[in-house]
Write a protein that binds this ligand. Structure first.
Ligand code: FES
Ligand code: FE2
Length: 467
């Protein structure tokens, strides 16, 4: 048992399969029906959830439906900004909207008895009003029930809990650090989705550490062994990504190969246009010492990406300046289900939703900046593929190959808990213990404070959550 203080024993007594040793995650949390039910009742109704990308609702009247568990919400752009409503007709509860569309002309028309609502949620039509008691037609009572919604990072986030802290209070300084990297100005180029036969947490945890790269993505390690050996091997120090035994040019070539593989493999994270700019800089003048040369080369590449793309009209921030003042990790997690993987000026993004104790929906977006008028055509629906589809970029294909297997392995006799590294798999323990905090009813302010610790926690340590 580590020295990290535990959640209040009384408060958490009611949580089954609680994480009592921060380095050990009980396996039943990933398939037990009652644990899943508790998450549905005590976690999901209280957290900020990424409901849609804002370019999906660019015009007044544009709406999208966001579904989570047994709930459905309509997110709509109105004259007065983005609003969200619980998706149920005020007459007898039929959902008013399904998928996406524009309601500017017609509003929302209930398919059952034809009641109508405008984009602001007001009831505009009831057939045969004389058939109803007056109190059944109260204007305020007939309006669609609003749902909390906040905009950040090019997305709308919703929360079912009217008393939850705001989105920013929940996520903390990470929101500003990511925004400095231009998150709200990026646009989706493509959007994939798949159903994974795994618990939603198993799917997410494959993206909370880079320790799996050696075996799961061997091409990345092969292209640039010094990078991964320095981070996860027995020798070398973290951050020392150059190999002093290779020449400067060999080192730079390895770094470039890594970028090219990330671009082809992840698509969104390093954009092809950025690889082309890096390619122009393979022969740029550098110091003779590879340890100095490699970070300097990265600085030059970042500078040129920012300058060349800005010259084309793309709203790219000064990447070197924000790398110093507002550094973010290559993988950032926004509790409970959204990831951003910013690299230079482009980003991969993931959203994961539970579909059952052992099934989840995993979506990937590729995001990048674009000059005004040259924005990519907005994907309005994800391309839904089987999880083993060869149409996924190679890196998600590799990740998806392990996830369903891991879910099966959890059921093995004698496999009671995951054994985490306290140094680099800490994020898994930290967010799992925050889930326990929700299940136990820990005060929202304390949960928000603990959630802030997840910023920059990729590959990070097990932390004291202070509740
Ligand atoms: S349920 Fe919607 S009009 Fe009757
Ligand atoms: Fe991976």
């Amino acid at each position: 048992m580590s020295s990290i203080p535990q959640a209040d024993a009384v408060a958490t007594a009611q949580v089954p399969f609680q994480v009592t040793d921060p380095e050990r995650i009980p396996t039943r949390r990933y398939y037990d029906e009652d644990f899943y039910k508790l998450e549905c009742e005590r976690l999901w109704p209280h957290v900020w959830q990424m409901a849609c990308r804002l370019e999906q609702i660019a015009q007044v009247g544009d709406w999208v439906e966001y579904k989570i568990l047994d709930k459905s919400v309509i997110v709509v752009r109105t004259e007065a900004g983005v609003k969200a409503f619980h998706n149920a007709c005020r007459h007898r509860g039929v959902p008013l909207a399904n998928g996406h569309g524009n309601c500017r002309k017609q509003g929302f028309i209930c398919p059952f008895h034809g009641w109508r609502f405008n984009m602001d949620g007001e009831n505009t039509f009831v057939y045969g009003k004389h058939l109803f008691s007056e109190r059944q037609l109260d204007k305020a009572d007939l309006a669609l029930r609003p749902c909390r919604v906040e905009l950040w990072g090019g997305c709308a986030f919703i929360n079912f809990d009217d008393n939850a802290p705001t989105f920013r209070e929940s996520i903390g300084p990470l929101a500003d650090r990511l925004e400095a990297h231009g998150m709200s100005k990026q646009r989706a180029e493509w959007w994939y989705a798949t159903v994974l036969p795994a618990n939603w947490k198993i799917a997410m945890e494959a993206f909370m550490e880079g320790y799996h790269v050696m075996r799961t993505h061997p091409q990345l390690q092969k292209a640039c062994p010094s990078l991964y050996n320095s981070m996860y091997g027995d020798t070398g120090g973290i951050g020392q990504t150059a190999n002093p035994n290779l020449s400067v040019r060999q080192n730079i070539q390895q770094q470039f190969d890594q970028l090219e593989l990330l671009s082809a493999g992840m698509a969104g994270m390093v954009h092809a246009k950025e690889v082309e700019i890096a390619r122009q800089l393979l022969d740029v003048e550098l110091p003779d010492d590879p340890i100095q040369a490699v970070p300097m080369w990265f600085g030059i590449v970042q500078d040129q990406i920012a300058k060349q793309l800005a010259a084309k009209g793309e709203p790219v921030p000064d990447l070197n300046a924000v790398a110093v003042s507002d550094p973010v990790h290559a993988v950032e997690f926004l509790f409970p289900h959204y990831f951003l993987l910013p690299f230079f000026s482009s980003t991969s993004s993931y959203r994961i939703r539970p579909l059952g104790p052992q099934s989840c929906l995993f979506e990937i977006w590729s995001l990048t900046h674009a000059a005004p008028g040259k924005e990519p055509q907005t994907p309005l629906e994800p391309t839904l593929l089987p999880y083993d589809s060869k149409d996924f970029p190679p890196i998600p294909q590799q990740d998806y190959s392990n996830i369903p297997l891991q879910q099966q392995g959890l059921h093995a006799a004698g496999f009671e808990f995951m054994r985490l590294s306290k140094e680099i798999e800490g994020m898994i323990s930290n967010y799992q213990r925050i889930i326990d905090g929700y299940l136990a009813g820990v005060a929202p302010a304390k949960l928000a404070k603990a959630t802030h610790l997840l910023g920059g926690n990729f590959d990070g340590k097990i932390l004291d959550l202070s509740f």
